[in-house]
Ligand binder design. Structure first.
Ligand code: SF4
Length: 238
């Protein structure tokens, strides 16, 4: 395939190299342990790394994150600790208690050990029993915990992969996510390092340049190899 500047189009691995040159090597900003990752996700709302980090720090300072501590704390204490993370701290406090209770009763305090004994579909289904966890959240946990190198895609920007490879993303989020996952599955080898690297670079690119609305294609280093950008030049994204 030919890029918009007439050269052979780079493949996804080469484009990730370009993004890494721009952004540097990325590392996860959240805890990768499965249980701690669940707690982190409820530390902020609307969920963002910044809000979750604030709620996480406050929760650690005021109560702690061990399941026993979450269970022992009063709901109002938990809500106070979660307040720096944003909206609905009372609801997030209840959900943390629900998570902690399930960890203690169903997993004897060790979610990782429980997941390790399951197939990928079983592990995904087990994680989706926790509040607010869908396929994107479950896949992220399995990948970054080193349990399975599934083709996880950042939940807030599946459009990045779709735009680069196919053009304009779909209006239906689920369809866009599945398309992105299929691209990841086919283009990135099923190794932990390869897939976590791709996930982190695409997530960062979605936050910095390839935003949901008004992507900054004019300053994007992969625009000459991007189907969305090529479609814009022709006046017709997919
Ligand atoms: S050229 Fe535009 S649409 Fe393509 S990856 Fe860059 S910012 Fe996203």
């Amino acid at each position: 395939m030919i890029s918009s500047v007439g050269a052979p189009r780079k493949n996804l691995l080469q484009l990730l190299d370009v993004l890494e040159t721009l952004y540097g090597r990325k590392t996860p900003e959240w805890p990768t342990d499965p249980y701690l990752s669940l707690v982190w996700l409820h530390c902020g709302y609307p969920a963002s790394d910044t809000r979750c980090a604030k709620g996480w720090e406050s929760l650690n300072n005021l109560i702690g994150v061990d399941a026993d501590r979450l269970l022992a704390a009063k709901p109002e204490q938990l809500a106070t600790a979660l307040k720096p993370g944003g909206m609905v701290p009372e609801l997030r406090a209840m959900r943390l208690k629900e998570i902690a209770e399930r960890i203690v009763k169903q997993y004897a305090g060790d979610l990782r050990a429980g997941l390790n004994g399951l197939s990928v579909p079983q592990a995904r289904a087990a994680l989706k029993q926790f509040p607010n966890i869908g396929d994107p959240g479950a896949d992220r946990i399995l990948l970054f915990a080193g349990i399975s190198p599934v083709a996880a895609v950042p939940s807030n920007c599946p459009h990045v992969l779709v735009r680069i490879q196919l053009g304009q993303e779909r209006e239906n989020y689920g369809r866009t996510y599945r398309e992105a996952q299929q691209i990841m599955e086919e283009a990135i080898s099923p190794k932990f390092d390869s897939r976590t690297r791709a996930y982190l670079l695409l997530k960062h690119h979605g936050q910095q340049l390839c935003k949901t609305s008004k992507p900054k294609c004019d300053v994007c280093p992969v625009s000459s190899d991007c189907a969305f950008s090529a479609g814009k030049l022709r006046g017709r994204p997919r």
